[in-house]
Every structure is written in structure tokens, then in C-alpha cells.
Ligand binder design. Structure first.
Ligand SMILES: [Zn+2]
Length: 218
């Protein structure tokens, strides 16, 4: 049987990254995010890596053809043999089509696309409850994951802050709109192939994870 390949989708704050990592850990799948993969390739010193490094250093977007090439090479490494979790990897419908075809061509077809679904109102309430550490970047949530001592980072003792981004309603609305406009089309592509499963993200982490596994038949 071919190794399982999952692609996770979800707006920032949906808990998508947490769920992707939980699944990867339990089933020994390789967790890969786009940022990590491109940084790793840039540091590799290969010809393709140098190409990626130049684009990143110049602050340019890495074009789709190169992303697909990098992914094709990365996903065939031995650590991907038990399966793969692609986290926030596919951002547009063009990438969805290209990466879906590439996965088939390397004999690792997509098993399922996973959407951790969160209504807009819930996104705002979560961002409102979010605190982060200005020193080490640890993130807390007043309702779901509060610090041990109010307002103080568990890791380093610094005073926690609410990020300006998290309080800027217009900025958040723009970010949500952007997600639906671009990534929404990628999600629709997988829905049209009957490969999309949607999980209710408005639950505690453990409950989201239970629903996820049940819908994946795991
Ligand atoms: Zn800290």
C-alpha cells in the first residue's frame, strides 16, 4: 500500500499546524511546511538550493515551477517513506493542480486534503484571546492555553503582549479575505476531486484531533 499523504488547510489561528503535527507524530509521518522546506533547500548548497536562496535573499516569491521541483526532490527522501503531512503547503489553485499531479508522478498520490474549519467570528474571538511573548515568540490563549501566571511567559518570564496584528480588525479581515480568495480555490479543487475532509475547528484540541482521525478512518 502506498504511504499516506495529507495536505492540511486552515486559516491562521485555526489550529491547523497543531493538528498536522499531532497526526505526523502519532503515525510517524514526515511533517513538512513550505517555509521549512525552502529554507532547508536554500541551505543545501545544491544548484536548485542556490537558486532558491537567491530568490529568498532578494525577497522574491519562489515561483510555482521551482516550488514543485523542490517538493518533488524533498518528498522522495527516505524520511518520507512512512507518509507525509503537508502543512500550509498549497496556497493557490494553480499550486494545488501542480502539486497534486507531481505527487501522482512520484507514486505518492494525495490521500486526503484536510480543512480545519473555523467560522469568522471564532477567528476574531481567538485572536482577541491570544497573547505572545516578545522575547521567545511563545503563544498563549487566555481561554484554551493560558500562561501559568497571568501575563507572564512560562518559558522566560517576560511580560506577555497582545500583538498589534491580532487587534487590528481591518488587517485580520484582509487576511481572512486573502485566505478565502486564494487558498479557498485550492480547497475547492480538492473538494471537486472528493478528496476534501472538513473538520470542525471550534473544539478543544483533543476533540478536533478525534474528529480528524475518525474522518480519515484512522
Ligand atoms: Zn518568553
Amino acid at each position: 500500500m502506498a504511504a499516506s499523504v495529507y495536505a492540511f488547510f486552515g486559516i491562521q489561528g485555526s489550529g491547523k499546524g497543531t493538528q498536522a503535527k499531532l497526526l505526523a507524530e502519532e503515525f510517524l509521518l514526515k511533517h513538512i511546511s513550505m517555509g521549512d522546506m525552502l529554507r532547508e533547500m536554500a541551505a543545501s548548497g545544491s544548484l536548485l538550493g542556490q537558486n532558491v536562496k537567491e530568490l529568498i535573499d532578494a525577497g522574491n516569491l519562489v515561483p510555482n515551477e521551482i516550488i514543485v521541483q523542490v517538493a518533488e526532490e524533498r518528498l522522495q527522501k527516505p524520511d518520507c517513506i512512512h507518509g507525509i503531512v503537508l502543512d500550509g503547503f498549497i496556497r493557490t489553485d494553480v499550486q494545488a493542480v501542480a502539486i497534486d499531479a507531481m505527487l501522482k508522478s512520484i507514486g505518492k498520490p494525495l490521500t486526503a486534503a484536510v480543512l480545519i474549519d473555523l467560522p469568522e467570528a471564532e477567528i476574531f474571538s481567538r485572536l482577541n484571546d491570544r497573547l505572545s511573548c516578545p522575547v521567545d515568540g511563545s503563544v498563549y490563549n487566555l481561554k484554551t492555553a493560558p500562561p501559568k501566571q497571568a501575563g507572564i511567559c512560562d518559558q522566560c518570564g517576560a511580560n506577555l503582549l497582545q500583538r498589534a496584528d491580532d487587534m487590528d480588525t481591518e488587517f485580520i479581515k484582509t487576511r481572512i479575505q486573502h485566505f478565502y480568495d486564494s487558498t479557498g480555490k485550492a480547497i475547492e479543487y480538492f473538494r471537486s476531486l472528493n478528496k476534501l475532509i472538513s473538520v470542525n475547528g471550534c473544539q478543544h484540541i483533543a476533540a478536533v484531533y478525534r474528529e480528524l482521525k475518525s474522518k480519515l478512518g484512522l
